[in-house]
Design a protein around this ligand. Structure first.
Ligand code: NAD
Length: 480
C-alpha cells in the first residue's frame, strides 16, 4: 500500500512515532494509502528546518523566488493529468472537474504569486515641510498554512504560494482527509529545486499536527481555511500569542434571482453553483432566493435540470461524484432529515445513491432540492456543505436582502438581474465578502478574497495576501 510521507528539510520521512492513518477513496470506501500520523515532534523538526532556511530564502532576491515558483507552476502543468487523477481518487470529485478547475488553478496560484511579488511595491507618504515616510515590508519568518479537503491542491497552493513569494519559510499541513496531491506537490518542489527547509509539508490530524502548528511559539502567522468552529478554536490559541491570523471559514451563500434576469443563464449557472464538487465549495449558493413572479417557472426548469445530472464513478463523465467521507455523507443526510422535520418538501434527490460495481460502497448523494422552509430555520442558516439547496420566494429587493443577510455567515453571494441600479443596490447591502453579479466563481486572483461575519477574518488574494505574509515597518525621516 502506498505510503504518503512528510517533506521536512527537503527529505521524505515517516512521522517520528512511525504511526500511519488510513486514507480512503470516497468513491469505493476502500483504504488505498497511508498517511503519517504526525505530532508536535514532527512540527518541531519542520520548524527548525524552516527557521534555518529563512535567512537565505528571504534574502535570495525576488527574481530567484519568481524563478523557482514559476518552475513549480510549470511542473504542475506538465503533470496535470496525474494530479487530476490523484485529486479525484482522493476526494471523490469528478476527474473532469479536477482536470479543468483544481489543478489548473493550483498551477495558476504559483504562477500568479511568482509574478505578483515582482510588482509588490510598498507605500510612501510625504509630509509637507517636515518629512517623508516609507514602509518596509519584510517577510515574517516561519509561517503556518493549514488547508481543508474540498479543493485540496487549489487551496493548499493558494496559501503556500504567497507565503513563499513574500520570502517566508512554511510549515504546512494539508487535511488528513485528502493529503495525496500535497504529497505529490512536495515531490514537485524537490524536482523544482526549492531549497531544503523552505517548504515543509507535515501530514496528520488537525487536533494533533494542526494544533501543534497553531501553538508553536516560533510560528508567527497562521493562514487557515476550514470550518468556522475550527477557526474559532485556532483563534483562541493564536490570538493570546499575538500571531497574525487569516481565517477563511464557512459559508451559507444566497443565490438571488430577480424576475428581470437572463433566465437561461441564471438557471444553468445556478445548477453549477448549487452542485459543483457535490456542493462542497465554500462559495456554493446553497440558498436560492427567487422573485415570486418567476418562482414556479424557475423551480420547474431547475428541477428538470437537477434530475438530469448524472451521479456516478468520478472516473467517468459524470457531473456528481462522491462526497468526501462516510462521516460527511451521514452529516449531509441528517440535514435532509432535519429539513423534512422542519416542514420542508423534497423536490429532487433527498437520498443516498447506491451504485453497482467498483463504487458499490462509495459515498454518493443525489442532488437535493428542498422548498417550503422559513429563512430562519436551521436548514437555512447552518452550513451543510453538500449537494443540498433550498428554494425560497421573495417579493422585492428589501425582502431578498433580509433573507440573504439572515445567517451568521457572510462569505459570498450571487445576484441575477439586468437592472444596473438594482445590481449596485444589492452589492452595497449584501453582507458578504464577494458579490457576484450575473456570474458565479468568476475569479480574478488580484481581488481581495474572504468573508464577513463568521465566515472569516482578513482577506487573501493579490497584494492582500502579500501584505498578510509580510510585516510592515514605517520609517519616518524628518528633514529641515
Ligand atoms: P476543518 O476545519 O475540519 O479542517 C480544516 C483543516 O484544519 C484540516 O487540515 C484539519 O486537519 C485542520 N484542523 C482541524 N482541527 C484543527 C485544530 N484544532 N488545530 C489546527 N488545525 C486543525 O474543515 P474541513 O472539513 O476540512 O473543510 C470544510 C470547511 O472549510 C467548510 O466549513 C468550508 O466552508 C470551509 N472552507 C472555507 C473556504 C473559504 O475560503 N472561506 C474554502 C474552502 C472551505
Amino acid at each position: 500500500m502506498e505510503k504518503i510521507l512528510n517533506y521536512i528539510n527537503g527529505k521524505f520521512c515517516e512521522a517520528e512515532n512511525g504511526n500511519f492513518i488510513n486514507n480512503i477513496e470516497p468513491a469505493t470506501g476502500d483504504v488505498y494509502s497511508l498517511i503519517p500520523d504526525s505530532s508536535a515532534q514532527d512540527i518541531e523538526k519542520a520548524y527548525v528546518a524552516a527557521q534555518k532556511a529563512f535567512p537565505a530564502w528571504s534574502n535570495c532576491g525576488i527574481e530567484e523566488r519568481c524563478r523557482i515558483l514559476t518552475k513549480i507552476s510549470n511542473l504542475i502543468d506538465e503533470k496535470l493529468e496525474d494530479l487530476a487523477q490523484a485529486e479525484s481518487k482522493d476526494n471523490g470529485k469528478p476527474v473532469m472537474l479536477a482536470r479543468s478547475i483544481d489543478i489548473p488553478r493550483a498551477s495558476h496560484n504559483f504562477r500568479f504569486f511568482a509574478h505578483a511579488i515582482t510588482q509588490f511595491a510598498s507605500e510612501s507618504h510625504f509630509m509637507e515641510n517636515s518629512g517623508i515616510n516609507y514602509t518596509l515590508r519584510r517577510p515574517i519568518g516561519v509561517v503556518g498554512c493549514i488547508a481543508p479537503w474540498n479543493l485540496p491542491l487549489y487551496l493548499f497552493s493558494w496559501k503556500i504560494a504567497p507565503a513563499l513569494a513574500a520570502g517566508n519559510c512554511v510549515v504546512a499541513k494539508p487535511t488528513e482527509v485528502t493529503p495525496m496531491t500535497s504529497y505529490l506537490l512536495s515531490r514537485i518542489c524537490e524536482e523544482a529545486g526549492l531549497p531544503n527547509g523552505v517548504l515543509n509539508i507535515v501530514h496528520g490530524l488537525g487536533n494533533k499536527a494542526g494544533s501543534a502548528i497553531v501553538s508553536h511559539p516560533g510560528i508567527k502567522a497562521i493562514s487557515f481555511t476550514g470550518g468556522t468552529a475550527t477557526g474559532k478554536n485556532i483563534a483562541s490559541i493564536a490570538a493570546p500569542m499575538f500571531k497574525k491570523l487569516s481565517l477563511e471559514l464557512g459559508g451559507k451563500n444566497p443565490n438571488i434571482i430577480f424576475a428581470d434576469c437572463d433566465f437561461e443563464d441564471a438557471l444553468s449557472t445556478s445548477v453549477r453553483s448549487s452542485f459543483a464538487n457535490q456542493g462542497q465549495i465554500c462559495l456554493c449558493g446553497s440558498r436560492i432566493l427567487i422573485e415570486r413572479s418567476i418562482y414556479d417557472k424557475f423551480k420547474e426548469a431547475f428541477i428538470k435540470k437537477v434530475n438530469a445530472l448524472q451521479v456516478g464513478d468520478p472516473n467517468e463523465k459524470v457531473q456528481i461524484g462522491a462526497v468526501v467521507s462516510s462521516a460527511h455523507m451521514e452529516k449531509v443526510l441528517s440535514y435532509i432529515e432535519l429539513a423534512k422535520n422542519e416542514g420542508g418538501t423534497v423536490l429532487a434527490g433527498g437520498h443516498q445513491v447506491k451504485l453497482d460495481g467498483r463504487c458499490s460502497n462509495g459515498y454518493f448523494i443525489a442532488p437535493t432540492v428542498i422548498e417550503g422552509l422559513d429563512h430562519t430555520c436551521r436548514t437555512n442558516t447552518e452550513e451543510i456543505f453538500g449537494p443540498v439547496v433550498t428554494l425560497m420566494p421573495f417579493d422585492d429587493k428589501e425582502d431578498a436582502i433580509e433573507y440573504a443577510n439572515s445567517t451568521e455567515y457572510g462569505l459570498s453571494s450571487t445576484v441575477w438581474t439586468q437592472d444596473l441600479n438594482k445590481a449596485h443596490y444589492m452589492a452595497e447591502h449584501l453582507q458578504a465578502g464577494i458579490v457576484w453579479i450575473n456570474c458565479w466563481l468568476l475569479r480574478d486572483l488580484r481581488t481581495p478574497f474572504g468573508g464577513m461575519k463568521n465566515s472569516g477574518v482578513g482577506r487573501e488574494g493579490g497584494f492582500e495576501a502579500l501584505r498578510f505574509f509580510t510585516e510592515a515597518k514605517n520609517v519616518c525621516i524628518r528633514y529641515k
